[in-house]
Ligand binder design. Structure first.
Ligand code: SF4
Ligand code: SF4
Length: 429
């Protein structure tokens, strides 16, 4: 491993904790506080607990861990805070601090090592898992399991199974390493980071992303040695794993002289844009991370910043837009996806109430805290249904999985599309 200071404490930094003046103006923006009404499950309450631990007045107890883990890390509180508290950095640090100091039961530690240390980071393991998922779905076993209701006897397994994404063959892994030429005059040379699970479950979205970029004069490179961005690792407190992935992504893209490095996943983009913080103690990669971050853009941000080619034919469609938390709160990108939708003739946007309140997806939160996630989803679907829109649009694969389940369980089975897929449909119509 390159020179990195492995000895520093991951604990929340005092300067970040000090910014909170305990005013409580963030409480109403917090999904867990809105659900439970419990101060310790609010941003202010969680920061208070972090301060207690940081000052040595409280230990890292099971209670403390539970309150930190029930947080969605949606950063809704960050947008609401008038004091500029960087809550995202605080919660990530609090979880990494827990990971650094707490010995978990062996089976939990093993599962975490497997998921974060191997599965998400290794292309062949993900492909194998994707093949298993494909067999489960294509063989009809999934239909049988769902219709039998068998899983209802195993805790929340029934609800969790409803969240299984589709395995989309051929997987996008087969496109990694390729270069796609610009359509017409070449205006930009861009790199596309295809994600990890998205290569399996959002292969068609990734293809649509490439097509839209080509249509807009981009030569699209899918760098060969790219890997998972590390967002799920950071959210779970596994910062050392995330650092290794970050360095690899930097090495895969930085020397390519790209005009921009792009992602279509808001959750990934938020972490990719914060590689400088992740690698701030790394003497070799600190500056490289800053250079990488300067080129890193969400696909909506990129498209809204260039003159996009107007689709020739209208696409008659009413849509409602769910702000992905890590796009609107994490990256402060709200206008750009709406601008892209507005550029598509025939598309009508019907805004939903509280579009920037988390849908309950939050990475793998909907699996780990399924009850809370499903409760948030139910509320979200009420807002969606009230718009009468025929299609739900968002900007993050994780949100798409959650909203697809919401449309099946509480909606009208509305299709769920990424902004880029709407634009792609318009180009192809
Ligand atoms: S990140 Fe989201 S869930 Fe966590 S405290 Fe802030 S608003 Fe609440
Ligand atoms: S995080 Fe911000 S809004 Fe919330 S209590 Fe602290 S200072 Fe107030």
């Amino acid at each position: 491993m390159a020179a990195s200071d492995m000895t520093h404490s991951e604990a929340p930094q005092q300067k970040d904790l000090d910014k909170c003046v305990h005013c409580g103006l963030c409480l109403n923006s917090c999904p867990t506080y809105r659900e439970l009404g419990v101060e310790m499950d609010s941003p202010r309450g969680r920061i208070y607990q972090m301060v207690q631990v940081s000052e040595g007045k409280a230990a890292i107890t099971d209670d403390y861990i539970a309150h930190m883990e029930l947080c969605l890390a949606c950063r809704g509180c960050e947008s609401a805070c008038p004091s500029g508290v960087n809550y995202g950095r605080l919660i990530e640090a609090a979880r990494a601090h827990i990971d650094q100091n707490v010995k978990r039961p062996w089976h939990v530690a093993m599962a975490r090592d497997f998921v974060f240390g191997s599965l998400l980071s290794t292309r062949w393991m993900l492909s194998l898992a994707g093949a298993g998922l494909y067999l489960y779905q294509a063989s009809g076993l999934q239909k049988l399991v769902r219709s039998s209701g068998l899983l209802k006897f195993f805790g929340r397994l029934h609800e969790i199974e409803m969240l299984a994404p589709s395995a989309e063959t051929p997987f996008f892994f087969s496109q990694i390493g390729k270069v796609f030429p610009a359509e017409g005059e070449k205006r930009y040379k861009v790199a596309f980071l295809a994600g990890c699970i998205a290569n399996i479950s959002f292969a068609r979205l990734n293809e649509a992303t490439v097509r839209v970029l080509q249509k807009n004069g981009c030569e699209v490179h899918i760098p060969k040695s790219q890997n998972c961005c590390g967002a799920l690792h950071v959210h779970a407190g596994r910062k050392e794993d995330a650092r290794l992935l970050a360095k690899n992504n930097i090495d895969a893209t930085l020397d390519g002289e790209f005009d921009a490095i792009l992602t279509n996943a808001a959750g990934c983009g938020s972490t990719l844009k914060e590689y400088d913080e992740l690698l701030e103690h790394d003497a070799v990669y600190r500056d490289k991370a800053v250079a990488f971050q300067a080129k890193m853009k969400d696909i909506n941000e990129f498209l809204a910043s260039i003159e996009i080619r107007k689709p020739e034919k209208p696409l008659a469609m009413t849509v409602t837009y769910q702000d992905s938390c890590h796009l609107c709160h994490g990256q402060k990108i709200r206008v750009q996806p709406r601008k892209v939708l507005a550029a598509i003739p025939g598309v009508t946007l019907k805004e939903m109430a509280l579009s920037d309140l988390c849908c309950g997806s939050a990475g793998i939160y909907n699996v780990l805290h399924n009850e809370m996630a499903m409760s948030l989803l139910k509320n979200k679907m009420q807002s969606v249904n009230a718009t009468g829109a025929e299609c739900i649009v968002t900007a993050n694969p994780g949100c798409m999985i959650q909203l697809q389940a919401g449309a099946r369980l509480h909606g009208k089975d509305q299709p769920v599309l990424h902004v880029v897929e709407v634009l792609d449909r318009a180009y192809r119509s």
